[in-house]
Write a protein that binds this ligand. Structure first.
Ligand SMILES: C[S@@+](CC[C@H](N)C(=O)[O-])C[C@H]1O[C@@H](n2cnc3c(N)ncnc32)[C@H](O)[C@@H]1O
Length: 284
């Protein structure tokens, strides 16, 4: 017999030993998922025995996780901005830091709600988390979600359909802004921005994720630069560009913006850890 308390304690220890970053949280998420009990309710049943079939299912999950396969791939879903997104190999696992980009994009759109037919593009949509979250909170807005990966777009499509957003989120396959049929008011993007040489130094979980979703080239900024170049022809007057960035990339983008969008205002915003996380451009 294995109680919930014992599972949580043992699993926390096993995950901690291999260096998994959030062992306690992950042990709870596994248990909650397999038992179908909300995480905040688990502690009410701590001394109950876990049914035998569930113990076997949990052991399979733990073993895969000990190989550092991302938990979101093992369970097939991940919460992002309060939405339960389907995810799987072929698509990057949405990260909590990207919720800052969603918050900022919501603010930008709400400030412009007086404009009829506001159009937003989520570039490099991956699992579609940014586009889905924006569509859910902004009923009057039309969205395009682009990605170069057909596999990622399949996952994005599953998420768009799961939440009944099909009529408002148009998925387009292609390079950055090229597939967009016209100008858009807001461009939001969490594109690959990690310098190629740093990828090997990062958490082993990244090896499970598609390289094309992470690798930003020599200095990590290849795609960001190209996006800025394409944006000059795709951003509406008074449009806004919001880019998630790696700390240290803001100044290069500001200089580039100065050449491509003379007269635009730019800023670099920090996350809660005080790290540069967002580049914001408002064109005139
Ligand atoms: C860092 S992941 C982010 C995914 C998603 N936006 C998120 O925040 O979870 C970057 C995404 O950009 C896509 N991508 C890479 N190069 C691209 C390109 N040239 N054009 C469009 N999308 C691209 C990748 O396939 C991947 O889905």
């Amino acid at each position: 017999m294995l109680t919930l308390r014992e599972f949580l304690r043992d699993t926390r220890g096993r995950l901690g030993k291999v260096g998994a970053p959030e062992p306690r949280l992950e042990a709870e998420v596994m248990l909650s998922d397999v038992l179908g009990v909300p995480r905040h309710r688990l502690y009410a049943y701590q001394d109950d025995a876990i049914p035998e079939e569930a113990v076997e299912a949990l052991e399979k999950v733990v073993r895969r996780r000990l190989e550092r396969e991302p938990l979101a791939y093992i369970l097939g879903h991940r919460e992002f901005y309060g939405v339960d997104l389907t995810v799987g190999p072929g698509v990057m696992v949405p990260r909590p830091e990207t919720e800052m980009l969603v918050e900022r994009a919501l603010l930008v759109c709400l400030e412009r709600m007086d404009r009829a037919g506001l159009v937003v593009a989520d570039v490099g949509t991956g699992s579609g988390g940014i586009a889905v979250s924006l569509a859910m909170h902004l009923p009057g807005v039309a969205l395009y979600a682009t990605d170069i990966s057909a596999e990622a777009l399949e996952v994005a499509r599953a998420n768009v359909e799961k939440f009944g957003l099909g009529p408002r989120v148009t998925l387009l396959e292609g390079d950055l802004l090229q597939p967009l049929p016209g100008r858009v008011d807001v461009i939001v993007a969490n594109l690959p921005y990690i310098p190629s040489g740093r990828l090997e130094e990062l958490q082993p979980e990244l090896a499970w994720e598609p390289r094309g979703a992470l690798d930003g080239g020599d200095d990590g900024m290849g795609l960001l630069r190209r996006l800025m170049g394409q944006a000059a022809g795709k951003l509406a007057d008074d449009g806004v560009i919001l880019l998630e960035i790696d700390p240290g990339q803001g100044e290069t983008l500001r200089r580039l913006a100065g050449r491509l969008f003379p007269g635009a205002t730019t800023s670099v915003e920090e996350d809660l850890a005080g790290l540069e996380r967002l580049f914001v451009l408002e064109s005139r």
